[in-house]
Design a binder for this molecule. Structure first.
Ligand code: HEC
Ligand code: HEC
Length: 227
């Protein structure tokens, strides 16, 4: 962050000031997530039919189902409320979330987050492409977001990142912060940004849980990982 790089450094500072102004009202007001992961596990079985299968795709339009493991629980809860309450439009996720109470959402979010991503000690993030310079002030140069209400993007499917940016741009997702940042991006920039974040490690993962789509017994390796 402190290594100067000429003009990028200057735009970075201007961006950071803007970002700080936006952050102060939102993320910092949140408390640490509380939720019962054991209960979350019990009530989220059907979710794994999509989120527990590596490479599973949404159809029409076709893009990868997002990875949730390692994400911040606060962000997962906010996203679920978005689908439930109409800030995000996605028919399947709306019907999945519509019967969930706030407590259900909290419990599921804590369970799915598992161990949220953290940068390894001494890690030096690479150089983001210029198109992503502003994004990193919230989502991190290493793709690990700086506040629990912001999603980490490291390791996320690139086609899902592009799809999400597009939704903020076109209004399918109404989050005011992201509408502003996504609105200025060209499709080409969105591709470059998605390619950058999706390759970063440590990264988000598909839920590795001891269930499969059809409820067969879990392989031993997966069972050993379950909390
Ligand atoms: C039929 C497949 C399917 C099922 C079942 C499903 N999801 Fe999803 N989920 C998706 C897709 C596709 C998206 C991306 C939607 C979009 O474009 O906004 C998504 C998005 C999400 C997100 C937002 C992730 C992010 O990074 O913003 C969360 C959280 C989530 N799902 C949780 C759940 C939970 C909890 C359940 C069970 C109650 C569930 N999903 C069931 C397909 C599914
Ligand atoms: C001021 C902080 C901030 C900045 C700067 C920012 N974002 Fe975000 N971003 C957020 C927040 C908050 C959300 C969650 C919005 C919601 O609830 O839907 C988000 C969500 C996203 C998502 C959805 C992730 C998912 O899992 O669904 C993507 C993709 C994303 N941002 C990309 C970007 C890109 C690309 C930029 C730069 C052009 C950027 N963001 C700049 C705060 C920020």
């Amino acid at each position: 962050m402190l290594r100067g790089r000429g003009s990028r450094m200057r735009t970075g500072v201007a961006g950071a000031a803007l970002v700080l102004a936006m952050i102060s009202g939102t993320a910092m007001a949140q408390n640490a997530p509380t939720g019962d992961a054991v209960r979350g596990k019990a009530i989220s079985y059907t979710c794994l039919g999509c989120h527990g299968i590596d490479g599973y795709k949404n159809a029409y339009p076709m893009y990868s189902v997002p990875k949730l493991e390692g994400q911040h629980a606060d962000y997962l809860a906010a996203a679920l409320k978005g689908y439930r309450d109409g800030d995000r439009s996605h028919l399947t996720m709306h019907s999945q979330a519509s019967t969930l109470s706030d407590q259900d959402i909290q419990d599921i979010a804590v369970y799915f987050a598992g161990q949220p991503l953290a940068a390894p000690a001494g890690a030096k993030p690479g150089t983001p492409p210029p198109a992503a310079a502003l994004c990193t002030s919230c989502h991190g140069a290493d793709g690990i977001s700086i506040a629990p209400t912001y999603p980490s993007l490291a390791g996320q499917h690139p086609d899902y990142i592009v799809r999400a940016i597009d939704e903020y741009k076109k209004g399918g997702r109404k989050n005011p912060i992201m509408k502003q940042f996504a609105g200025n991006l060209s499709d080409a920039d969105a591709q470059v940004i998605a390619a950058y974040f999706s390759k970063l490690q440590p990264g988000l993962k598909t839920e590795s849980r001891p269930y499969t789509r059809f409820g067969e017994p879990a392989p031993a390796a997966a069972a050993a990982k379950s909390p």
